[in-house]
Ligand binder design. Structure first.
Ligand code: FAD
Length: 358
C-alpha cells in the first residue's frame, strides 16, 4: 500500500477545463496535480465523430496563454486539431498530469479533502472538479426502448455515416449534436430527424465568439439583479456550422416532431403513425460526471449542486469547472473556460494562502 500524497490542489480531469485551471494555479504559485482517467491527452475531443468541426475559428477556441494555431485548410478546426492543441498545451506549460488515474471519491478529512483514486490517495486543501459531461450520456425514458430490436446508440458512440449507409436511421435531438449528426447522415441514409420542438438555428453569422459574449452578458445581468436575458438560449439551439447550413439549405434537414414510443422495428407517434428504423441515434445530451463527489453529500433537490461562481456553496474547498453556465458563463467551451478557471484559481490561492498563515 502506497502512502497518501499531499498537494495544495487536486484537479480532477485533464481535459480543457482541468488544463486551464492548472495554467492559472501555476501562475499563482499554487502546488497542484491533475488526475485524468484517460490514458492520453485531449479529454472528450478524443472520442467525437469524425466530421465534427468547432463552431468557431481556431483563434477563438483558445485556452489562456496560448492561441490555438489555425488548422491548414480548415477555418473551423476538427477534433483531432483540438486534441493536438491540448497535448501541446499540457507540455508547453509542464502541467503535472497523472494518467490514467480515476478518482473514485472525495471525502472530508478535517482541514483537508481526501481524494481516493484507483492508484492511491491524495490529501489536498482544495479540489477542482473538471470531469466534463461526455462520460454521462443522457437517454430519455421512452416506452418501448427494450422492444425496438434495432441498433440504439448515443451521440458518444456515433462515428461516421458509412456505418449506416443505406439504412433507415432516426436521429433524436434538436441541439447541436442532433443537427450535426443528422447533417452528416443526410446524404447516405434514409434519415428521419426528430426534434421536441421545431429546430431553432442561430443566425448564420453567429459562432462561438458571439455565444461567449451573450453568455457573459447574461451572467452580468443576473449578478446585477437585472432580469434574465436567457443568454445563449435566446438566440437558438443550433449553431449553423457549414455542413449543417449546407444540408439545411439543400432541404435535407427536415425535422419531424418527437415520437411517443419505440415499437419493434421502428418508432410510433401519438396519432398511430409509424416510421420503420434500423437504428435510433439518441442525441439527447449529457449530465455532469460528478458521481465521485457523492461522499460530500452536496446534491440538493433535483440532484443539483449549488454553486457561487465555480465554488460549491456546501463545500467551499470544492470548485466545479466547465459544466455549463451554472459554473461560469460559457465555461463548457474552449474560449469560455479560461475566465472561470482564473476566478477559481484566485479564490483557491487565497484559501490556501490563508491556511498557510494559520
Ligand atoms: P472533458 O473534455 O470531458 O474532460 C474531462 C476529463 O476528465 C476527461 O479526460 C475524463 O476522462 C476525465 N474524468 C472524468 N471523470 C473522471 C474521474 N472520476 N477521475 C479522473 N478523471 C476523470 N466547445 C467549443 O468551444 N467549441 C465547439 O465547437 C464545441 N463543440 C462541441 C461539440 C460537441 C458534440 C460537444 C459534446 C461539445 C462541444 N463543445 C464545444 C463543448 C466543450 O468544449 C466540450 O464539452 C469539452 O470537451 C469540455 O471539456 P472539459 O475539460 O470540461 O471535459
Amino acid at each position: 500500500m502506497t502512502a497518501a500524497r499531499h498537494t495544495h490542489v487536486v484537479i480532477v480531469g485533464g481535459g480543457q477545463s482541468g488544463l486551464a485551471a492548472g495554467y492559472h494555479l501555476r501562475r499563482l504559485g499554487v502546488d497542484f496535480v491533475v488526475l485524468d482517467a484517460r490514458s492520453t491527452p485531449g479529454g472528450a475531443w478524443q472520442h467525437t465523430w469524425d466530421s465534427l468541426r468547432l463552431f468557431s475559428p481556431a483563434a477563438f477556441s483558445s485556452l489562456p496563454g496560448r492561441l490555438m494555431p489555425p488548422q491548414p485548410g480548415e477555418e473551423y478546426p476538427d477534433a483531432g486539431h483540438v486534441v493536438a492543441y491540448l497535448r501541446d498545451y499540457e507540455k508547453r506549460y509542464e502541467l503535472p498530469v497523472e494518467r490514467p488515474v480515476r478518482v473514485a471519491g472525495v471525502h472530508r478529512a478535517g482541514r483537508l479533502l481526501r481524494v481516493e483514486t484507483d492508484s492511491g490517495t491524495w490529501h489536498a486543501r482544495a479540489v477542482i472538479s473538471a470531469t466534463g459531461t461526455w462520460w454521462r450520456p443522457f437517454l430519455p425514458a421512452l416506452p418501448g426502448r427494450a422492444d425496438f430490436g434495432g441498433q440504439q446508440l448515443h451521440t458518444v458512440e456515433y462515428r461516421r455515416p458509412q456505418d449506416f449507409a443505406g439504412r433507415r436511421v432516426v436521429v433524436v435531438g434538436g441541439g447541436n449534436s442532433g443537427a450535426q449528426i443528422a447533417a452528416d447522415l443526410a446524404h447516405d441514409t434514409r434519415l428521419t430527424w426528430v426534434t421536441q420542438r421545431p429546430p431553432r438555428y442561430l443566425a448564420d453569422n453567429i459562432d462561438g465568439r458571439a455565444l461567449f459574449d451573450v453568455a457573459t452578458a447574461r451572467r452580468r445581468a443576473l449578478d446585477e439583479g437585472r432580469s434574465d436575458t436567457a443568454g445563449v438560449a435566446s438566440l437558438g439551439d443550433i449553431v449553423a456550422v457549414p455542413p449543417v447550413r449546407e444540408a439545411r439549405d439543400r432541404g435535407l434537414l427536415k425535422a419531424t416532431p418527437m415520437f411517443s414510443r419505440l415499437v419493434p422495428g421502428g418508432v410510433e407517434w401519438a396519432d398511430g403513425a409509424r416510421a420503420e428504423a434500423d437504428a435510433v441515434i439518441w442525441c439527447t445530451g449529457f449530465r455532469p460526471a460528478l458521481s465521485y463527489l457523492a461522499p460530500l453529500g452536496l446534491r440538493g433537490r433535483r440532484g443539483h449542486i449549488a454553486t457561487e461562481g465555480t465554488r460549491s456553496v456546501g463545500e467551499p474547498r470544492l470548485h466545479l469547472l466547465g459544466y455549463g453556465d451554472w459554473t461560469g458563463p460559457a465555461s463548457a467551451t474552449l474560449i469560455g473556460v479560461g475566465r472561470s478557471a482564473r476566478e477559481a484559481a484566485r479564490e483557491i490561492a487565497e484559501l490556501v494562502g490563508g491556511l498557510e498563515e494559520d
